[in-house]
Design a protein around this ligand. Sequence first.
Ligand SMILES: [Zn+2]
Length: 162
Amino acid sequence: MGRKSDPVAKAKNAIAENTQVYQRMNFLHQAAILLANIPKEATTAELAAKDHSTHPKSAVNSSRIDTTQEPALSPLSRHYCNTMKQISRKLVLRLDPNVKRSICKTCENILIPSVTSSTRVKSRPQKNITITCRSCNTKKRLVSKRGHELWTNKSKDKQVER
Ligand SMILES: [Zn+2]
């Protein structure tokens, strides 16, 4: 019997009410990306320098940097992603699809192309973009069909039509 609430106004209210929460989630996402971008070389180079003075052989071994290894601070990055997801779950706030797609579902690692994930364009069984997490090998398939839209874009168009 009550008046129909406007979905746009409702969404705006939700953002206004939870400004601090969104800011916190934004910070966690950015921090996770930053930490995942710090290469292992930065920390191994320091260790190698320390080892060189005492054990020359170990320094030679540690100087060989494996590029397939995950970034040095990825556990912390993962923790930040986990915290961000927990906040959104507890307060029932929807994460933006682009943010959601940048996090691995299995290990909650942040997916940065060529750093923590590999991206391939495939044509079968359907045209799609396959993102593979480098730490747990979980694959994410995103449909790239012509005319395919995300639900967020669809709802915006419908709102404009009204
Ligand atoms: Zn993963």
